[in-house]
Design a protein around this ligand. Structure first.
Ligand code: CMP
Length: 140
């Protein structure tokens, strides 16, 4: 099915100047950018986005990292977009990410892991609407 997923290029990858290289991977895999914006997240915005992780021991470090510099946020659309994006990203921990994945190629650590991608249809919906009002999504 045609799906949408929320992708974030994190501060480490923005700082490495690889937004374009990551977009090329999305495009070559048939994922279309249907909404995009660069942002410096506030602590409140980052905490809200990662609210499901609030009780996890890594929450504070994760939020600190996500507000350490600008991020590039996009909604992607395509056949099986959620799983496809997760395949392109590779495992959360770059040490465990398959060769040729975004995280294997661009990530440094489990926090500075280059990209975020929604993990399921329901979270994709919530995450896309968190950053993009419907009128800023351009599906065709
Ligand atoms: P992300 O896909 O953005 O979702 C939550 C983030 O928490 C994850 O990527 C990692 O960058 C970060 N994180 C840090 N430690 C862990 C951990 N032990 N398990 C999962 N995610 C972690």
């Amino acid at each position: 099915a045609i799906e949408r997923t929320l992708s974030i290029i994190k501060p480490d990858a923005v700082a490495k100047n690889v937004i374009g290289q990551i977009y090329t991977r999305f495009e070559n895999a048939g994922l279309k950018v249907i909404a995009a914006r660069m942002a410096q997240l506030s602590r409140t915005e980052a905490e809200g986005f990662y609210a499901v992780h609030r009780e996890r021991p890594f929450f504070k470090d994760l939020v600190d990292f996500m507000i350490s510099g600008p991020v590039m946020i996009q909604a992607l659309e395509g056949e099986g977009a959620i799983a496809k994006n997760r395949e392109l990203m590779g495992a959360t921990d770059p040490k465990k990410a398959d060769k040729g994945t975004i995280r294997a190629d661009f990530a440094d650590s489990i926090d500075a892991n280059a990209v975020h991608g929604s993990d399921a249809e329901e979270t994709a919906k919530v995450e896309i609407s968190y950053f993009f009002p419907a009128l800023n999504v351009y599906s065709r």
